[in-house]
Design a protein around this ligand. Structure first.
Ligand SMILES: [Zn+2]
Length: 265
């Protein structure tokens, strides 16, 4: 009997996440993905739901998404091995008021969705307000984009126009431009709401010295945006040389404090 992972949607989700590792953008635990399931998608996956959902309290803003279901990657998952471990590293949740239910995955509800879940939900709400077809939100660490953020002016108008100027295709692929946040501590906190605010206008949001969020109607669109940005960031880095700015010592100490790390300075 065919399993849930044989469904075309699930196969595409797994191979798309693995592609991030193949591209060099999904090292270690980096990268996460969420997909808002349509009614037709739910009809396909529902036969594979656990008999008893696992209810998890959730104290963050559910962004008007109560009743919606998402396919979303796991916290601590690895895109390198996701093909062999998809039932551990992916799951399906339904959002409630003050909680969510795990319906499938994460090793039968033992694991949990990405720690960026609040950011993902807020980004989905933003994109649904701008383009209801944009069901996908992806985050990863494109190498050349991160290098470009150490050199380029991080003003988003300048950043967008610099990329547009490097290849005739860029303005065709992202005519809506690119949102750029200042560096800030990642994870739960202000970075989620601020990313979602940018996503009201942009399908791409850059986190300097860290990575990118992208959204689209399909895996092809969301990944194509990242590929186009990273390809042209590669060109930019090839002709512009050395870093001019990066994470400073004070910001590193903020990170260590936020995650309770014993890094020696
Ligand atoms: Zn990241």
């Amino acid at each position: 009997m065919a399993g849930i992972l044989d469904l075309p949607l699930m196969r595409e989700a797994v191979t798309s996440c693995h592609y991030f590792w193949e591209a060099g953008w999904g090292e270690c635990h980096a990268g996460n993905m969420s997909y808002l399931l349509s009614d037709a998608d739910i009809a396909e996956v529902e036969p594979f739901f656990m008999a008893q959902p696992v209810r998890v309290p959730f104290g963050y803003d559910t962004a008007g998404l109560v009743g919606k279901s998402f396919l979303i990657t796991r916290t601590g998952g690895q895109f390198r091995t996701i093909v062999e471990r998809a039932e551990r590293d992916m799951g399906i949740i339904r959002v409630n008021e003050g909680s969510y239910d795990i319906l499938w995955g994460y090793d039968n509800g033992v694991g949990r969705p990405t720690s960026e879940l609040p950011a993902h939900l807020l980004c989905h709400a933003s994109r649904l307000g701008s383009n209801p077809g944009n069901r996908l939100v992806m985050h990863t660490h494109p190498t050349y984009l991160n290098a470009m953020t150490t050199i380029a002016d991080l003003d988003e108008k300048s950043f967008t126009e610099t990329l547009w100027s490097l290849n005739s295709e860029c303005i065709l692929v992202f005519p809506d431009g690119i949102g750029v946040l200042p560096w800030m501590v990642c994870g739960e906190g202000e970075i989620g709401p601020l990313t979602a605010k940018k996503m009201e206008r942009y399908r791409i949001v850059v986190w300097p010295y860290h990575g990118i969020f992208s959204s689209g109607d399909s895996f092809d669109e969301a990944i194509g945006l990242i590929e186009t940005v990273d390809k042209n960031a590669h060109v930019y880095v090839a002709v512009n040389g050395k870093p001019k700015h990066c994470i400073n010592e004070g910001q590193l100490k903020d990170l260590a404090a936020h995650f309770g790390l014993s890094a020696a300075f």
